[in-house]
Design a protein around this ligand. Structure first.
Ligand code: BTN
Length: 305
């Protein structure tokens, strides 16, 4: 039986949605030990040992699950979090074949990007989830500053921009049982160093890569290490309820405050307005044309000027 499962886990070196489904149907009591077998395959340029050697954290990234190719690191992370992996475990893949973006969109993930998901085993109040995404945005921006990017900015809620082009997206997903959030999966996609022709033409104009902006290639393992360190620092602030400190860092790098935007909130609630600031729960505060203030908790925000 054990051999069977390990064979499944290593199926073609991938962990596709189908494989995960198949594994989930197997009822075996020591299954969580076998989970440790996955994410140990030989990869081309993401190297767990290189990251672990340099990483200076208490718990984020202490367990790394590294793949050559998966459907989506968020999907793998969800599967692992259902099997009691350590708090702060990180799933990284060199390529994703079916990655997800926000608002049900897909996410292009060719070789040469940093595609990872962090698993937090902590119960978080629903109302605080947006702050986790904003915190992650600050951690990415700080990591980019540390590798030499001069002006990374955060477009609400979670796009990291360099010189008006998107370089990173964040997808936070919560796993709730009986209405209580038990695990949070934070998916981060950084466009590190691939050729623009690797992504569809309609995305090329609005996208940039770190390699393009730096004029050199940064080592992916170094970038991951730095990001995980910044992430742990800011998530510690989150856990200490130091929300104002997080928002201060976010505001300093905001791409959205002070701009005229079109808000596309859920239920087709579209309107134009001026972004006044960000509220303490992470909502964008927008002044509408009639002078009234609106709090935007979720949705899209299109910059108009
Ligand atoms: C967005 O801007 O729409 C969010 C994109 C999030 C992409 C990352 S890549 C790693 C993780 N796995 C996924 O399937 N999505 C996230």
């Amino acid at each position: 039986m054990k051999e069977e499962i390990i064979k499944l886990l290593k199926l073609e070196g991938k962990l596709s949605d189908e494989t995960i489904e198949e594994i989930n149907t197997i009822d075996i009591s020591d299954f969580s030990n076998l989970v440790k077998e996955i994410g140990k395959e030989k990869t081309n340029y993401i190297k767990a040992e290189e990251i672990s050697k340099e990483l200076n954290t208490e718990y984020i990234g202490k367990e790394l699950y590294v793949f050559k190719e998966v459907s989506s690191t968020n999907t793998v992370a969800k599967f692992l979090s259902n099997n009691n992996v350590e708090n702060g475990s990180v799933v990284i893949s060199e390529k994703q074949t079916d990655a997800r973006g926000r608002s049900g969109k897909s996410w292009e993930s060719p070789l040469g990007g940093v595609w990872l998901s962090i698993i937090l085993n902590q119960d978080v109040d629903h109302s605080r989830l947006p702050l986790i995404t904003l915190s992650t945005g600050v951690a990415v921006a700080k990591a980019l500053e540390r590798i030499g990017i001069k002006n990374p900015e955060i477009k609400w809620p979670n796009d990291i921009m360099i010189n008006d082009k998107k370089v990173c997206g964040i997808l936070t997903e919560a796993i709730a049982k009986f209405n209580t959030i038990e695990n949070v999966i934070i998916g981060v996609g950084i466009d590190a160093s691939f050729d623009m022709n690797e992504i569809p033409e309609d995305l090329q104009d609005g996208t940039t890569t770190l390699e393009k902006e730096l004029g050199r290639k940064e080592n992916e393992n170094t970038l991951i290490t730095i990001f995980l360190e910044e992430f742990e620092k800011i998530i510690n602030l989150f856990n200490e309820q130091e929300f104002e400190k997080i928002l201060k860092e976010w505001r300093k790098r905001s791409y959205t405050i002070g701009k005229i935007v079109e808000v596309r909130a859920p239920f087709n609630k579209y309107y134009d307005g001026y972004v006044v600031g960000i509220g303490k729960e992470g909502a964008l505060i927008v002044e509408k044309i009639d002078g009234s203030l609106e709090k935007v908790i979720s949705g899209e925000c299109i910059i108009k000027n």
